[in-house]
Design a binder for this molecule. Structure first.
Ligand SMILES: [Zn+2]
Length: 422
């Protein structure tokens, strides 16, 4: 079946090389007007004038974009989408002056999500996550990375990853699973350095091989941060993951500059994420690597941190920058990628074109999917989002709003809302 998407006021194609965009490349979202998009067998078959496409694809169905803006579906490359209880109580504790690490030391933070998730069944977690990921889809996301990391035992991590696999089957979204057994040192392993060592052995010798054997994850990720995993521990864990064929990600330099960016570059990680406290050496190291810097400005906003990642310095150094929600119950409970685009412009000082590229093609690069999704160009999967705005710069402009009308994954409807609502 062939469908022509017609009457879009703009098509933000992001067309160009199938890899993370760097430097001035990021400022070109390849926006086109007066074009239609042909979709055949789930892929983009052509982008061109409506007359041309109608003659090339005679008899094609037409989808009327009604003057909206058509973009590649957002690629949200960093979420913790499988969790149980909400953590609004911590938001007030922070407002009262407690910081993230202090809340964690008191057994809150990730530890409270861990206690909660361990008690829940796979079915219960699936039902909760399904609703939450549908909400993500409603904001224009068509690809979402989902991490484990609130289990922190072999059994509970595998349970979480099985939930992610079920979500990938049940939902029209494209879902990329990541094993984050190294999200924290679980409390029961924080009692001594030997107990801590036991958990790292468990990760390396049992959990990572089991995840690879059951093909439950594409990526392995480690929270490399002062007070969580050291650079040496992170290297050991990710090297084990790489050894069994998993791709690598790091939570790096979020709160303190601990050498995470340098490690990501030296390991050849696909992405280094957060980076609000990255050092000059870290930026320099990433500029010589193929690692995407995934920035999560919603997290810093929600935590009330004054410091955001130095997006401009990354871009000037030639590091590909992606933007993602970090959707999670403790530090970034938002599904709204357009809001992240707003923060990209107003906090990270990026242009509207740069934030679009960051949330599409560079998000795809952060998931090793840049050859498949992230742009509206022939041969790419027809993963599309339609917004009821007439200029793509309205997406970061109407902050907090949701202008998404419909999304498609592989040409098939993923999300739709009534066009009459404006
Ligand atoms: Zn995270």
């Amino acid at each position: 079946m062939i469908t022509l998407f017609v009457n879009a006021s703009q098509v933000v194609t992001c067309a160009g090389p199938a890899r993370g965009r760097r430097g001035t490349e990021m400022n070109d979202a390849a926006v086109r007007t007066d074009v239609a998009v042909a979709v055949a067998s789930g892929s983009i078959a052509g982008v061109g004038s409506i007359a041309d496409l109608r003659s090339r694809f005679a008899g094609a169905e037409e989808f009327d974009c009604e003057g909206g803006v058509l973009t590649p579906g957002f690629v949200d490359s960093h979420t913790h989408g499988v969790f149980g209880k909400l953590r609004y109580d911590e938001q007030e504790l922070r407002a009262a002056g407690l910081d993230y690490m202090e809340i964690a030391r008191r057994g809150g933070g990730i530890h409270s999500s861990v206690r909660d998730l361990r008690q829940r069944s796979e079915d219960e977690l699936f039902a909760l996550a399904e609703r939450r990921l549908r909400r993500l889809a409603s904001f224009g996301t068509t690809t979402v990375e989902v991490k484990s990391g609130y289990g922190l035992t072999l059994e509970d991590e595998l349970k979480t990853l099985r939930v992610i696999a079920r979500l990938a089957k049940a939902l029209p979204l494209r879902i990329v699973p990541t094993f984050l057994g190294a999200h924290e040192i679980p409390l029961e392993h924080r009692t001594s350095s030997a107990a801590r060592r036991d958990y790292i052995d468990l990760l390396v010798r049992e959990m990572i091989p089991a995840v690879a054997r059951d093909r439950l994850a594409v990526f392995a990720d480690v929270f490399c941060e002062t007070g969580v995993y050291t650079v040496d521990e992170t290297r050991e864990i990710l090297t084990a993951a790489r050894g069994v064929g998993l791709l690598m990600k790091l939570h790096a330099d979020e709160l303190t500059s601990a050498g995470g960016a340098e490690l990501a570059a030296s390991l050849g990680a696909t992405s280094a994420d957060h980076l609000a406290a990255v050092s000059d050496e870290g930026i320099e190291a990433l500029s010589h690597a193929n690692t995407v810097a995934t920035l999560l400005p919603g997290t810093m906003l929600f935590l009330g941190k004054p410091k955001q990642a130095p997006a401009r310095r990354f871009i000037e150094a030639g590091v590909p920058v992606a933007l993602a929600t970090d959707f999670n119950p403790g530090t970034s409970p938002t599904a709204n990628v357009s809001l992240i685009l707003t923060l990209g412009v107003s906090q990270l000082k990026m242009s509207a074109a740069e934030v679009m590229v960051a949330a599409t093609v560079n998000g795809a690069a952060a998931l090793a999917l840049a050859e498949k999704v992230g742009q509206i160009a022939p041969g790419f999967s027809a993963d599309l989002a339609l917004f009821d705005v007439s200029d793509f710069r309205e997406l970061p402009y109407w902050y907090g709003d949701n202008r998404c009308v419909a999304t498609f994954v592989g040409g098939k409807p993923c999300y739709a809302r009534d066009l009459a609502v404006t």
